[in-house]
Design a protein. Structure first.
Length: 584
């Protein structure tokens, strides 16, 4: 093996790892909707959790990525620790799919159909289809499908390059002697664990082992301990991802490690006496690509069969290793680990924005109630709600900006833009609740009284604003497109009410019925209430535009007012419903 073979090996390994990474990421994006559905159906049932982990990992071709996702889900409260344990076990079996795909490289026959099954035969076809989809696909789904095919093709070309570069080692005695050393199970496990921990992928390390096995110098006696070690090394990614997470998330990572260590110990205790005393001829035979894939699958399935029934014991072990600190630890609102799965990260953002919508709506309604019945404790709650809304806007805005840098579907990208706009409107609504609260406090401190006529007018406006707040919150939380169509005509009625009430105030001021000081508070109230309604209108239009995958607010508003008979009908309805009392 000369310098050129070494360079070819390095290049093949680089292509292999790059192809696996690209394919895995594209598969994650392409399967995001399915992942969400599968995870939503998770139950305490062990079989359901196991199958979910198996399917998800087989789809995204990475147990490390699947386990990191699980740690993120547990950290965010999306999944319980018990559910996570079952999914992790399924992920360990699902990751063996890659080895079976790579084992196709070992097919040899003169039959045309059999030869077409070899990756070197069909990979160029996949690569051609992939580049066409990637370059000319109009949607993100088509481009992702193209990326999957290109990633797989790159992976297979890398595998072929590695196999070709090491083929000369088949006749090098020193290479065989090195692998004879790995027949020491402890050394083999250490090598497998370290290699996998470094490249953070058991699928990739198994692929490297298969490439080396193509020389015929790797025996089953050396390959088996390395495969055992690879399962331990793959835990490194999940352990690293759990730093700074909640206790349950760290426990999920510990369960992953404990599962693989216990499984390795059980098999090692079986392997040692067999290899030392019985020494079956199989252990000295050269390992094939197919044989390594079979061994990898058998190892993981055997571990699962033994430990799946004992998942509750693994949970207790994790809790014992990472005990509670005497008080409950709140789950992180948003977890950076979920950024790797944008669709699920976005779903988590929606959950938080819904909380923010309900909080801002309740705080504004409470502020309105304080105009009639001021209470110091309730006023504190309004201020606390406004601070929490500010906090939500801050963390959501930061998180969504980071999320937008990841590749995602067109629909998800549009939803990110919508949420960024909506959280700004929700935060401003909570600000107006403070403005209304301050007006209530000014009325109380200065002992200002509105006239009876003004009180009746204010009651009408407050009722209209309370209704538009309810409509916008419900429409957003439930994503109710039909309900959102009622908001804009009501907002226009509120604009009209504000103008009428300002004119009525000027008339009272001319007649000396109210003072200038009272007028300042009155106008501040009208402005705060009307602007809160404006933000409700913005939210409604965002809902409509998101459904049409278009975020042109001004155009949507213009079309809604000029071209919609429904708008005119609802405007007439609300104008009658919220008509000001007749002047006496």
């Amino acid at each position: 093996m000369d310098i050129f073979d070494t360079l070819k090996l390095a290049g093949g390994l680089s292509l292999f790892l790059f192809g696996m990474s690209v394919m895995s990421e594209a598969l994650e994006r392409r399967a995001e909707g399915s992942l969400k559905i599968l995870l939503a159906r998770l139950t305490q049932n062990k079989t359901a959790g196991f199958l979910t982990g198996l399917i998800v990992t087989a789809v995204i071709q990475s147990s490390s990525a699947a386990t990191v996702m699980v740690v993120g889900f547990v950290n965010s409260g999306v999944m319980t620790l018990q559910q996570a344990i079952n999914v992790i076990m399924g992920a360990n079996v699902g990751t063996t799919v890659t080895a079976w795909l790579l084992s196709l490289s070992g097919i040899s026959s003169d039959n045309l159909l059999v030869r077409m099954m070899k990756p070197t035969s069909f990979t160029p076809i996949l690569a051609t289809a992939g580049i066409l989809l990637f370059m000319f696909g109009k949607t993100s789904k088509k481009k992702d499908s193209g990326t999957i095919l290109l990633g797989f093709s790159t992976l297979m070309f890398g595998m072929d390059a590695m196999s070709g570069s090491v083929s000369g080692l088949a006749h090098v005695p020193a290479f065989r002697q090195m692998f004879l050393l790995f027949q020491n199970p402890i050394l083999g496990i250490l090598v497998g664990a370290v290699l996998t921990a470094v490249i953070q992928s058991s699928s990739a390390s198994v692929g490297i082992l298969q490439a080396l096995a193509s020389t015929g110098q790797v025996s089953y006696g050396a390959a088996m301990p390395i495969i055992m070690g690879q399962n331990i090394g793959t835990c490194a990614t999940a352990l690293l991802s759990s730093f700074g997470a909640t206790k349950n998330a760290r426990r999920a990572a510990v369960v992953h490690l404990a599962f693989n260590i216990l499984g390795t110990l059980i098999l090692l205790l079986t392997f040692l006496p067999v290899s030392l005393f019985l020494r079956p001829p199989l252990l000295d035979q050269p390992a094939t690509l197919f044989g390594i894939a079979l061994t990898h699958s058998a190892f993981n399935i055997f571990c699962t069969l033994i430990l799946l029934p004992a998942s509750s014991l693994l949970e207790k072990l994790a809790i014992r290793l990472i005990p509670d600190a005497g008080k409950d630890e709140a789950a992180s609102e948003l977890d950076e680990r979920l950024l790797a799965t944008p669709h699920i990260a976005l779903d988590r953002c929606y959950t938080l924005v819904r909380k923010m919508a309900e909080l801002s709506t309740d705080s504004l309604k409470t502020g309105i109630e304080l105009l009639a019945r001021y209470d110091k404790q309730t006023a504190k709650e309004v201020r606390a709600a406004e601070e929490k809304c500010d906090y939500y806007e801050d963390i959501l805005g930061t998180y969504l900006v980071r999320l937008s840098s990841y590749q995602m579907s067109d629909a998800d990208s549009g939803n990110v833009s919508m949420i960024l706009k909506v959280i700004g409107d929700l935060e401003r609504i909570s600000d107006h609740s403070i403005n209304i609260l301050e007006s209530a406090e000014e009325l109380r401190e200065k002992k200002i009284q509105f006239t009876e006529e003004a009180k009746k007018e204010l009651a009408v406006l407050c009722s209209a604003v309370s209704e538009i707040m309810t409509l916008s919150c419900t429409a957003f939380v439930e994503n109710d497109l039909e309900l959102s169509r009622n908001i804009e005509p009501l907002e226009q009625v509120i604009d009209d009410l504000k103008e009428e009430m300002r004119n009525a105030h000027v008339l009272r001021l001319k007649n000396g019925v109210c003072s200038i000081e009272t007028g300042f508070v009155w106008l501040d109230l009208l402005t705060s209430l009307e602007r809160a309604a404006d933000h409700c209108s913005n939210i409604a239009i965002c809902i409509v535009d998101a459904a049409k995958n278009n975020m042109n607010l001004h155009r949507s508003l213009s079309v809604m007012k000029k071209e919609s008979p429904y708008y005119q009908k609802q405007y007439a309805y609300y104008s009658e419903k919220y008509a000001l009392p007749k002047l006496t």
